[in-house]
Design a protein around this ligand. Sequence first.
Ligand code: 2HA
Ligand code: ZN
Length: 277
Amino acid sequence: MSIEELDFVKGFCRMCDDGFKQGWHERNGGNLTYLMDSDEVTAAKPDFLEPHGWVDLGMQETSLAGRYFLTTGSGKYMRNVLEDPAHNIGIVEINDSGTAYRIVWGLLNGAKPTSEFPTHCMNHAARLEVDPSNRVIYHSHTPGIIEMSNLVELDDRTFSRILWKMMTECVVVFPQGVGVVPWMVPGGVDIAKATSKLMKKYPAAVWAQHGLFASGSDFDTAFGPAHTIEKAAELYIASRAANGGSDKFLNAITDQNLKDTCCDFHVQINQDFVDCR
Ligand code: 2HA
Ligand code: ZN
């Protein structure tokens, strides 16, 4: 079986296309990485090409040493991934000390891993600390979240409470809430550090005026919360617009409603973000 026929590659390509169809990936916006397990590496290895030279990561992640990632390419369009995986995505190997990577498949014609590869690596390491089953980090340019970051205070509690209260099941989908990274220059180690700090507390983090980072143990559990968070943000924007711009809604989910929902669904709400006992 060729690499492009393997289930994890097909799932990866489908997710890129799903995000594009949602309107989250204009031009080359957004990126996706997937941490392969040893069976997936074994299945893909016969098709690996002559590896490229090692490239410095600009940081060290010892927990990722020797691991392999499937990643979108820098400057590549999510829109094109499904049709032509080998030119738009690729497999990279991390070296034994977790300081460098090399391309072993795909990213043809001199392409490189996503410009956000340092953020993805740090986020993988951060999520693995709190959830050893985590495999996916997904960055999208979600319009509702970007609109919301123009309008509300940029802090974790404010964002989480608004999103939870927009739709009953939100608090069940992300009961820890979401983190918020203030506006920062993308693509570097500083934003990677700020994001990965939040990803130790939350499975998703907003980038103000930029988009969203989501994580999960597979493509569904990363895409699903991203979809839910973005839908809640769009509901907030639409509700405010329909309410003359005001955020004082006639009816709203209360803090007690949030807690009762979590109790019934057996999930632990982030207690710091609710006001009642
Ligand atoms: O263009 O989304 O944050 C890729 C990006 C950078
Ligand atoms: Zn981006």
